[in-house]
Design a protein around this ligand. Structure first.
Ligand code: B16
Ligand code: MG
Length: 210
């Protein structure tokens, strides 16, 4: 009943969510701000600037817009330095085989990511060839939970939202899929029970759903 699957990138196709955490942790430590894995869960799927605002909720001081920009830039540089360590070997066999099987079954595949680094990551993983469309932080004006990134992906594929199912690791991402009129599959443990249409423990389980 679906014609396409739209995948989130960080935390679904690859484990870059770990690198986001490490980079933010460094920024938070520098500013003396309390930051832990729980707060980190709220940053999933959320844009860089909005993520920083969430971190700053625990900050007593005040940052000028120039300082804010500087920290955002610093976070991205740190994050990009972690990405340098990523290779094809970080593109898990399970993910690769599942994407191939979905293509064999005739599904169109797309990326729907809030990240402005999405294409860079896909290139490092040599994963570009698996996707018919890439909608990311560079072609949207509103981030998840707004559905824009997924609606753009559907549009790029020439499909209606109802033809697409979304796979996400973030609460904001599942909300975005719902707001866009798409069914959703949650992976990992950051999405509250009952919010998504389906829930899987591992990537390959999607083959039992579509
Ligand atoms: P960047 P996704 C999101 O990607 C991440 O989950 C989120 O933690 C990050 O802040 C956001 O991308 C922006 O990333 O700083 O690389 O532009 O999960 O939507 O693929
Ligand atoms: Mg994600």
């Amino acid at each position: 009943k679906y014609k396409a699957v739209i995948f989130d990138l960080d935390g679904v196709i690859c484990s870059t969510d770990r690198f986001h955490y490490l980079a933010w942790k460094k920024i938070a430590d520098d500013l003396g701000i309390y930051f832990d894995e729980n707060i980190n869960q709220r940053l999933r799927g959320v844009s860089r600037a909005e993520s920083f605002q969430i971190i700053l909720e625990k900050y007593d001081g005040k940052l000028s817009s120039e300082e804010t920009e500087r920290y955002l830039d610093q976070k991205n540089k740190l994050y990009r330095s972690y990405l340098e360590e990523m290779t094809e070997g970080d593109f898990q066999e399970e993910v690769k085989n599942t994407l191939s099987e979905l293509r064999r079954r005739g599904y169109q595949l797309a990326i729907g990511s809030s990240s402005r680094n999405a294409k860079h990551i896909l290139e490092r993983l040599k994963a570009m060839e698996y996707f018919d469309a890439i909608s990311d932080g560079t072609n949207i004006t509103r981030t998840k939970p707004d559905p824009e990134v997924f609606l753009k992906a559907a549009e790029m594929l020439g499909l209606n939202p109802s033809d697409c199912i979304v796979m996400e690791d973030a609460k904001s991402g599942i909300e975005a899929a719902r707001a866009g009129g798409m069914k959703s599959i949650a992976i990992g443990d950051a999405v509250p029970e009952g919010l998504s249409d389906y829930k899987v423990k591992c990537f390959g389980e999607i083959l039992k759903i579509v």
